[in-house]
Design a protein around this ligand. Sequence first.
Ligand SMILES: [Zn+2]
Length: 175
Amino acid sequence: MSHRVFNIEFEDGHRLFGIEEGVSGYKYRQLFASSEAAWDCRRTGDFARQEPATAKATQEAVVYDPDESWAFDTRASRVAMWLTGPIDLEECEAEQPGKFGQFGTEAPKEVAQPIPLRAGGVEVECPYCGAVAVQAHKAESAPADKGAPIESPVVAHTVACHACRRDFIYKTITV
Ligand SMILES: [Zn+2]
């Protein structure tokens, strides 16, 4: 009976809404533009079950129930209207044990494929959560002197994922 509307807030303040079942605490991952729309869907029981194909790549960092004491960091896609990240604190801890002091810090993951160095940025997929972001090549990834021999054509960059906030490494190669 006591279903509840939760909300998630993006970094620019935009909010989306979802439904949590009262008895089980089950949260639907489908998100809605308003709490009314979320309730309407609850009434018809017509929730989407399948994660939209674009959800992972388009996810961003959000805060779950930002006005409440139980607020936590997770991820969602505003274009796919889908909660993609951890659904509760337990899942947060399972995903990032180091952050919660359960294990020592691990070496950051690497994106497997080196990326050809081009003038602009490249789309890089986060190896943890699958969010895609355009990474601008940093100045040091280009050879300082075109005439000088390039000793190490592979340059590793450490970046923080904009969605799950974890550090990972991607490599650029000069081609
Ligand atoms: Zn990520």
